[in-house]
Design a protein around this ligand. Structure first.
Ligand code: ADP
Ligand code: MG
Length: 689
C-alpha cells in the first residue's frame, strides 16, 4: 500500500491554507484521514423544495422567491427584515447579525433562495438566519446528487467550506487501510465504501436510518469506533496492572478535620463511597474508579475526602473540571473547606494572567502547591507536577480519553502512577462497566442529601405558552431566577443558535422589564462564561439557553426551568437540565413545553419525568427506551464523546466488538494502535502513556 492516509497532511488538499489549517486544528484535524473520520451529525435533503404557499411551521426546506422589500428595523434589537414572495405566498426573513455588504445584497426585485426552518412569527411565516443565496437571475430549484451532510464545525469554517474539503479528501478514500478485514459478522462492505457512503449518501438512502444512526454503513464504522475505545480501555487497564502507585495511607487526621468543615453530615451513601475510595488509595495499584451519583448527590465531597488523604500523605492533587465555570465552583468549595486546615488551593485555567500562571506552574513543579483546581489547562505540556498522587476528573464524559490519560501520565516522572477518580452524573450500566470498560471500578452515591426539594415537573402543550410566560414573570418578580432552554435540534449549532436567538427576541418582547441573558453554542467560550457568570451573580433574571448550559452549574436562586421542544429531548438530558434548579431552599419547578401531537415514546418520557426525580430510575428507563432508537442527539449524552457510535443504541454490537478486540490484541496489536489513533486521535498523548 502507498502512503497511509493517516500520514497525508491535510494541507495537501486544495484550499487548505494556513487560516483553514488553524480552524481544522481546532477540530482536531491534521491529516486527510482525520477529515474522512470527521463524520456528519445529520443529513439534509436540500432538494426538498416547497412553494411559499405550501410550507408549514417546522418544515426544513429550500424556498425560492423574489425580494419584495428589505429594510433594517430598529426595535429592541436591530434586525434586517426581508419580505419575499413567489406568487403562491410570502415569507419574512430575519437576520440579527449582518454586515453592510450583506445588507446591500438584499435588493428589491432580485431572486433569493433560502434553506432553513419555517416558523410562525409576528408577521406570519418566517425564517430566521437561513442559509441564503441572492441572484439577479431566476434561481433554479436545487438538484443535488446526494443528501447533504451537516458536520460539526467551528467558527470561521462553515458547512460549504467543510464539504469542499471532504470532497477533496474522498479522493483518498480508497487508500484507507481496513483494520478489521474478513469475517462475515460485519455489516456493509469495506471500510472505504462505508466512509464514502456516510459522507455522501445517495438521494434514495434511508434517511430515517441515517438519522438514527442505524444504517449499515454507519454501523460498520460504529464497530470500528467502539473497538477503538474498547481497546484503549484494555490498554489502560494493562498498563495500570504493570504500574505501581503511591500508597496514600495515613492516620486520617486531615480527613477528620475536613469533616468538621462541612456544614452538613454526610449521607450513608457518601460514607460508603468514601470507604471504597480510601481502600483504593491505600493500595499500591493505581486507582481507576468512577464515582457516579445523581445531580446534587454530593460528589464534590468525595473528591475533597480523597484529596485530604493524598495531601496528608505528602502528595499533590489535581482536580479537573470541564469548564472554567465548574472549576471556579469547585475552587470556592475547596477553599472554604481546606483553608481552615491550612492548605492553600491553587487555580489554573487558560485565562489566568501569565504572571500568576507562571507562579502556579512553578509551585506545582517544586511541590509547594499541594492542591490545584483547574480546567484542561492542567494537562498542558509545561505543567509538571513534583509528585502527583491523585487526579480527580469531574463530569468525566466531557473529556476525551486522551485528555484524561495525559493528566495521569503527568505523575509518572516518579515512576509511579497517580490514583484517578472520575465523577459523573450519568450512570454507566453495570454490564458495560464489566465488559466494554474493561472492569472499571464503580461507586454509586444512590441517595440524595436529606431535605432536598423535589422539582415539581409539568408538561404543557405549546398552545399554553402564555401561562408559562406568566409563570416566569411571577417567579422573576418574586426575586427568583429562571432558565429558558430552547433546544431545537441538538446537532445543528446553526439552527440552535437561530432558535435561541429567535426565542430570545420573543422573550425580550414578552418581558420588557426583565434582564435577559443568552447562551448558545456559537458564542465564544468567553462570551458563554460571561453570560453564565452574570446569571450566577444575579445580574440577569432570565437565562435563555440552548442545551449548552453547564452540567453541574449551581445557581441556588434559580427556581424555574422552562424547557421547549421537550418532546425532542432524551430522558437523561431533561433530567440533567432539570437538575439546574431546586438547589436552593425555594420550591423549584420545571415546565416542559411540547409540540402536539406527542408520539407514544415521547409521551412516556414526559410521564416518567413528571413522576420521578430519581436519576437511576430515569437512566434505566432511558436505556430501555433508547433501544427503539428515536430521533435524538444521543451521542452527546453518553459517556464517551463518540463520532458515530452510541453505546446504548449499539449495544448489540458489543459482543462482536469484544470478540474482535481479543483477536486483535492477540494477533495484530499494531492494528489496535492504529484503530485507537484513527478514532481517538491525540497521538502524542497516547505516545506518552
Ligand atoms: P453533585 O453530585 O451534583 O456534584 P455537589 O457536590 O455539587 O453535587 O453537591 C450539591 C450541593 O449539596 C452542594 O451545595 C453541597 O454542598 C451539598 N451537599 C453535599 N453533600 C451534602 C450532605 N450530605 N448534606 C447536605 N448537603 C450536601
Ligand atoms: Mg458536580
Amino acid at each position: 500500500m502507498a502512503t497511509e492516509v493517516s500520514e497525508v497532511a491535510v494541507t495537501t488538499l486544495s484550499g487548505v491554507g494556513p487560516q483553514i489549517e488553524k480552524h481544522l486544528q481546532r477540530l482536531g484535524i491534521t491529516t486527510v484521514s482525520d477529515i474522512l473520520f470527521h463524520l456528519p451529525l445529520r443529513y439534509e435533503n436540500r432538494n426538498r423544495h416547497l412553494s411559499l404557499g405550501s410550507v408549514r411551521a417546522g418544515d426544513v426546506v429550500t424556498i425560492i422567491g423574489k425580494i419584495d422589500l428589505a429594510q433594517v428595523v430598529f426595535g429592541r434589537r436591530r434586525s434586517l427584515v426581508c419580505r419575499m414572495s413567489d406568487g403562491t405566498g410570502s415569507l419574512t426573513i430575519r437576520l440579527f447579525h449582518f454586515n453592510k455588504r450583506q445588507q446591500q445584497g438584499f435588493e428589491r426585485g432580485r431572486w433569493i433562495s433560502c434553506y432553513g426552518e419555517v416558523r410562525i412569527g409576528r408577521s406570519g411565516k418566517e425564517m430566521i438566519h437561513p442559509e441564503y443565496k441572492i441572484s439577479s437571475q431566476p434561481i433554479q430549484p436545487p438538484a443535488g446528487e446526494s443528501l447533504t451532510a451537516v458536520y460539526p464545525t467551528t467558527q470561521g469554517l462553515g458547512q460549504p467550506g467543510f464539504r469542499r474539503l471532504v470532497k477533496g479528501a474522498l479522493s483518498y478514500v480508497g487508500q484507507l487501510s481496513d483494520l478489521l478485514p474478513d469475517g462475515d459478522d460485519l455489516p456493509f462492505g469495506t471500510l472505504s465504501e462505508a466512509v464514502r457512503f456516510v459522507h455522501a449518501p445517495p438521494l434514495d438512502a434511508d434517511l430515517v436510518a441515517l438519522t438514527t444512526g442505524d444504517h449499515p454503513a454507519q454501523q460498520r464504522l460504529a464497530i470500528e469506533e467502539l473497538l477503538a475505545h474498547h481497546l484503549s480501555f484494555k490498554k489502560i487497564r494493562q498498563r495500570r496492572e504493570n504500574r505501581g502507585a503511591p500508597s496514600l495511607s495515613t492516620q486520617g487526621t486531615m480527613l477528620a478535620a475536613l469533616r468538621t468543615e462541612f456544614d452538613f453530615s454526610l449521607t450513608a451513601a457518601q460514607e460508603r463511597v468514601i470507604n471504597e475510595v480510601m481502600e483504593n488509595l491505600n493500595s499500591q495499584k493505581p486507582t481507576l474508579r468512577l464515582v457516579q451519583g445523581d445531580v446534587g448527590s454530593g460528589k464534590t465531597v468525595i473528591a475533597a475526602a480523597a484529596a485530604a488523604q493524598a495531601v496528608e500523605s505528602g502528595y499533590q492533587v489535581a482536580i479537573m473540571a470541564p469548564t472554567e465555570l465548574l472549576a471556579e465552583q469547585h475552587l470556592l468549595a475547596f477553599r472554604s473547606w481546606f483553608r481552615p486546615l491550612g492548605i492553600e488551593v491553587a487555580w489554573l485555567t487558560g485565562r489566568l494572567p501569565a504572571s500568576e500562571r507562571k507562579g502556579v506552574i512553578q509551585g506545582l513543579s517544586q511541590g509547594s502547591v499541594k492542591l490545584v483546581v483547574g480546567t484542561h489547562a492542567l494537562f498542558q505540556q509545561e505543567v509538571v507536577f513534583l509528585n502527583l498522587g491523585l487526579v480527580v476528573v469531574d463530569e468525566q464524559h466531557r473529556f476525551g480519553v486522551g485528555q484524561r490519560l495525559a493528566l495521569v501520565a503527568k505523575g509518572w516522572s516518579s515512576g509511579l502512577s497517580p490514583h484517578q477518580l472520575t465523577m459523573t452524573a450519568t450512570p454507566i450500566p453495570r454490564t458495560l462497566a464489566m465488559t466494554f470498560y474493561a472492569d472499571l471500578d464503580i461507586s454509586s452515591i444512590d441517595e440524595l442529601p436529606p431535605g432536598r426539594q423535589r422539582v415539581t415537573t409539568v408538561a404543557l402543550p405549546e398552545s399554553r405558552r402564555q401561562e408559562v410566560v406568566e409563570r416566569v414573570r411571577h417567579a422573576c418578580r418574586g426575586g427568583h431566577q429562571a432558565y429558558w432552554v430552547c433546544p431545537l435540534i441538538e446537532e445543528s449549532e446553526l439552527l440552535l443558535a437561530q432558535s435561541a436567538t429567535a426565542t430570545e427576541a420573543e422573550i425580550r418582547q414578552a418581558f420588557p422589564e426583565l434582564k435577559i441573558g443568552l447562551v448558545h453554542g456559537r458564542m465564544s467560550s468567553a462570551e458563554k462564561e460571561a453570560a453564565m457568570r452574570a446569571f450566577r451573580l444575579g445580574e440577569t433574571n432570565l437565562l435563555v439557553a440552548t442545551t449548552v448550559i453547564e452540567v453541574g452549574v449551581d445557581v441556588p436562586n434559580a427556581s424555574l426551568m422552562i424547557i421547549e421542544n421537550a418532546e425532542r429531548l432524551g430522558l437523561s438530558q431533561i433530567h440533567q437540565l432539570r437538575g439546574r434548579v431546586g438547589r436552593g431552599t425555594t420550591k423549584a419547578s420545571c415546565v416542559m413545553i411540547y409540540r402536539s401531537p406527542l408520539g407514544e415514546q415521547a409521551r412516556q418520557r414526559l410521564d416518567t419525568l413528571r413522576s420521578t426525580t430519581d436519576g437511576f430510575v430515569i437512566a434505566e428507563k432511558d436505556l430501555e427506551q433508547r433501544g427503539g432508537g428515536e430521533l435524538m442527539g444521543t451521542r452527546q449524552t453518553g459517556h464517551l464523546r463518540m463520532r458515530i457510535a452510541d453505546l446504548v443504541r449499539d449495544q448489540q454490537l458489543l459482543s462482536l466488538v469484544e470478540k474482535r478486540g481479543r483477536v486483535i490484541m492477540r494477533d495484530h496489536p499494531e492494528w489496535g494502535n492504529k484503530l485507537i489513533h484513527r478514532w481517538l486521535g491525540e497521538k502524542e498523548q497516547f505516545g506518552a502513556v
